[in-house]
Every structure is written in structure tokens, then in C-alpha cells.
Design a protein. Structure first.
Length: 240
């Protein structure tokens, strides 16, 4: 049966109204969104670098497919910087980018990666304080329990594990002794006494480090005149 022309026109219009929105939706899908290319992780290796150093960051997705644009962000650009975005190309499941330290004193920050409207992925970067020169008038060490202080300028301990500090002079203190100032960059988390006194004829003294609240990293600094020595304390979450 031959349908009237008006009926055919109405049918054609209905078909267009159904198909056109679908075509537009498929054409203008944002990069990395609604493609099934789930961003699985972001990492930095190594995750501890010196104050003037760089490291390599990597973003990964579950499968290869269309290009995926991943937006990047540093939680504190005064600690480290990252490019604004990186692209995982169609035949790959990962892409790399450079992370650059931006602080002369050390610290830590999170690196965030996000594709489209997916939940972001996070990782932490630690920028270790500079080494204390051998000619420095004062050196600070942090240690846990009876373990010797590490050769690096960082110390990793589970939160709540006892930590102590030692200040060492390059030569024995004079007749009146020497007072060395101590500073924590996050006193609400890591508390140290305002100073430690080294008696006459001695060249070192110890002090206690009080963990008040969890913070992923803190920096303790000993100051004597123009000389400074710093160590980073990295706290690990307690199991359970």
C-alpha cells in the first residue's frame, strides 16, 4: 500500500530526529571519556629525588584504543612541577612525562592524573633535602630505634615508631658549650625542641622527635649560625 506523501515525510523526520543526536554524540566524545579507556594508575620512578633533580612519571590505562588525553597536576608547584597534560596514543597503554623538583630545601607533594570525568589517580613525590657539606659546622641525623642513621637525607618509619635526632658539630664545643636551634616545617605533625645544647668539650647531643599527627613527610633542620643541616622524615601508615 502506497502511503500518503505527508505520512512519509513525518516518518523521515522522526528517523532524522532519532539518528542525528546519536551521530553527534559519537562524534564529539571528549578525549579519554566514554571510550572504555580507564586510567588505571600514575606513578613516578624514582619517587625520591634531590632538590635539583628530575624523575619520570608514567600514566597507564587498562587497554589500548583511541588517543587518551590525561590532565596532570602537582599538589604544590613550589615543590615540583609537571606538564599540564600528556597523551596516551592509540596503540599504547601508557605515556611518560617529566617531573622537576622546584624547591631548594625539600618537601613532598602529590601528583594527580585524570582523564575526562573519571576519578583521578594520585601518587606522591618526595624531594629530599640537600646533603650537608662535609665542611659544615653542624650535621643533623635522624634514626629509628638502635638503627644507624641512613646515608640518605631521608628516613622512612611507620607512624608511631620512636625516632630520635642527633646534632653533631665539626669540632668539640668551647668552654661555654653550644646551643643549636631546631626547626620542624610541620610542627603540628612533627615536634622537636626549639634547641639542643652541646656541653663544653663534646661534639654531639641527642633529642627526641615527637610524632603528634600523621603527615606523609616533614623536614627537621638544625641551625648553627649560617650552617644548616636537614633531614626528611617520611611516615608510613600503620598496618590495619
Amino acid at each position: 500500500m502506497d502511503l500518503p506523501r505527508s505520512t512519509r515525510r513525518i516518518g523521515l523526520l522522526c528517523l532524522l530526529f532519532a539518528v542525528v543526536p546519536l551521530v553527534l554524540a559519537l562524534r564529539f566524545v571528549p578525549p579519554g571519556a566514554a571510550t572504555g579507556m580507564t586510567l588505571s594508575s600514575v606513578s613516578v620512578n624514582p619517587n625520591i629525588i634531590p632538590v635539583n633533580g628530575t624523575t619520570t612519571g608514567t600514566v597507564k590505562r587498562s587497554t589500548s584504543g583511541a588517543n587518551t588525553v590525561v590532565n596532570l597536576r602537582s599538589g604544590n608547584t613550589a615543590i615540583a612541577t609537571v606538564p599540564s597534560r600528556v597523551t596516551i596514543y592509540s596503540k599504547s597503554t601508557s605515556a611518560s612525562f617529566t617531573v622537576s623538583a622546584a624547591t631548594p630545601v625539600g618537601g613532598c607533594t602529590w601528583i594527580r592524573a585524570q582523564s575526562g570525568t573519571e576519578d583521578p589517580r594520585l601518587t606522591t613525590l618526595f624531594v629530599a633535602p640537600p646533603y650537608t657539606p662535609s665542611r659544615s659546622a653542624v650535621r643533623l641525623d635522624l634514626a629509628s630505634g638502635s638503627a644507624a642513621p641512613p646515608a640518605l637525607t631521608t628516613l622512612h618509619v611507620p607512624f608511631g615508631v620512636k625516632v630520635s635526632g642527633t646534632v653533631t658539630l665539626s669540632s668539640p664545643a668551647g668552654a661555654r658549650g653550644v646551643s643549636v636551634s631546631l626547626v620542624s616545617n610541620i610542627p603540628s605533625s612533627i615536634e622537636v625542641p626549639p634547641s639542643v645544647f652541646i656541653p663544653a668539650g663534646k661534639n654531639s647531643a641527642s633529642f627526641s622527635v615527637n610524632q603528634k599527627n600523621f603527615a606523609e613527610c616533614s623536614i627537621v633542620t638544625a641551625i648553627l649560625g649560617l650552617s644548616r643541616s636537614s633531614k626528611m622524615l617520611i611516615l608510613l601508615p600503620m598496618d590495619g
